[in-house]
Design a protein around this ligand. Structure first.
Ligand code: ACO
Length: 334
């Protein structure tokens, strides 16, 4: 039972959705001055999925949410909370979670979005765990969803090769069994300018000048984010392991945010994790931001890589700067 938690909380369903359109490294070679070899060796990414002009974040989020509900055998009317973690909402307001609620017809659910970059799914899971554990809510749908391709400058090779679109969802419910063992969130707003989308908000409202300056695109200090990511993934993992009274060797599957294979390998090495303890799918999807951990978790469960009793360590980092880590003892569906 985690600190301050009155009831146990388990994940009873997972789902994910990605666009059908594939953009390979070879496609990108034709768009910017890059190469498959550079992208593969520097990031581990081979291809990514990219949404078409008719698809927005709420469309992928609703599809992932629908699959998680189906997996759990829960109907939309039974939901009382929907949290969507995203940095690419359909619009500044209303929240993307309200659009998901409309799409799912989950009329009994309270809805909000949260912005924690690629840590978003873990932030959402943590909020849902405490909301359910307190007894205030019974069933929460947490979705990490982003269409980063919509805010990428496809002439900027330092960012456009890294990201893909997608959504990953988890359905959480109260239970007698173990479930979520420990969870930690953190943030350091001093790193706000390491990864940002400058324009279109109240600081710099969208205008011809912000458009001309390219402030509707992601900006990133790649090297700073890289160093922060390796350090914080290790620190947050060790903290949450200590909270749960576990050692790295007790972890059956480590699901890190999928940003760069070199970040994942450095963190895994420092945590003394073996290759078969680490889940990697960024070769297929690139960095899908708030969706990445949810997509990986759903794939791992559906492929049998996670079984009942397994201990799973999730860890993410992202814009803010933010981070989050969570350990779950997986409960098999009855
Ligand atoms: N193709 C070819 N060359 C490139 C490319 C490219 N796509 N991008 C950069 N280069 C060049 C650079 O111009 C530079 O050339 P120079 O030496 O002549 O100046 C050279 O490659 C090396 O550039 P670096 O930036 O030092 O490359 P690095 O090995 O650090 O990799 C990368 C860059 C992949 C961005 C890495 O720093 C990284 O992964 N950082 C973390 C990013 C991240 O995780 N962001 C997501 C955070 S999560 C969220 O909240 C959304």
């Amino acid at each position: 039972m985690i600190h301050g938690k009155a009831r146990n909380v388990i994940i009873t369903g997972t789902g994910h959705a990605v666009p059908t359109r594939v953009l390979s490294n070879f496609d990108l070679e034709k768009m910017v001055d890059t190469s498959d070899e550079w992208i593969r060796t520097r990031t581990g990414i081979l291809r990514r999925r990219v949404a078409d002009e008719h698809t927005a974040t709420s469309d992928l989020a609703a599809e992932a949410g629908r699959l998680a509900l189906k997996d759990a055998g829960v109907s939309p009317e039974e939901l009382d909370l929907i949290i969507v973690a995203t940095i690419t909402p359909d619009m500044l307001f209303p929240s993307t979670s309200c659009l998901v609620q409309k799409n799912l017809e989950a009329w009994g659910a309270a809805c909000y979005d949260l912005s924690a970059g690629c840590s978003g799914l873990i932030y959402g899971l943590d909020m849902a765990v405490h909301s359910i554990a307190s007894g205030a809510y019974q069933r929460a749908l947490v979705i990490g969803a982003d269409c980063i391709s919509k805010v990428l400058n496809f002439q900027d090779r330092s960012t456009c090769v890294l990201f893909g679109d997608g959504a990953g969802a988890c359905l959480l419910e109260a239970a007698d069994q173990a479930g979520v063992l420990a969870s930690r969130l953190g943030a350091d707003g001093r790193g706000w300018d390491k990864l940002l989308l400058r324009g279109g908000g109240s600081r710099h409202p969208a205008s011809p000048a912000t458009l001309a300056a390219g402030w509707h695109y992601i900006e990133m200090c790649g090297n700073d984010v890289f160093k922060f990511a390796v350090r914080i993934m290790v620190e947050a993992s060790l903290q949450v392991l200590a909270d749960a009274g576990l050692q790295p060797e007790d972890i059956d599957l480590f699901i890190p945010h999928q940003a760069n294979i070199r970040i994942i390998e450095s963190a895994a090495q420092r945590l003394n994790l073996t290759e078969d303890q680490v889940y990697v799918n960024l070769d297929e999807y690139g960095n899908t931001s708030a969706a990445s951990i949810g997509i990986a978790l759903d794939e791992a469960v559906r492929s049998g890589r996670i079984k009942g009793g397994d201990r799973v360590l999730l860890v993410g980092f992202g814009a803010g700067l933010t981070w989050g880590a969570m350990i779950i003892e997986w409960v098999e569906k009855a």
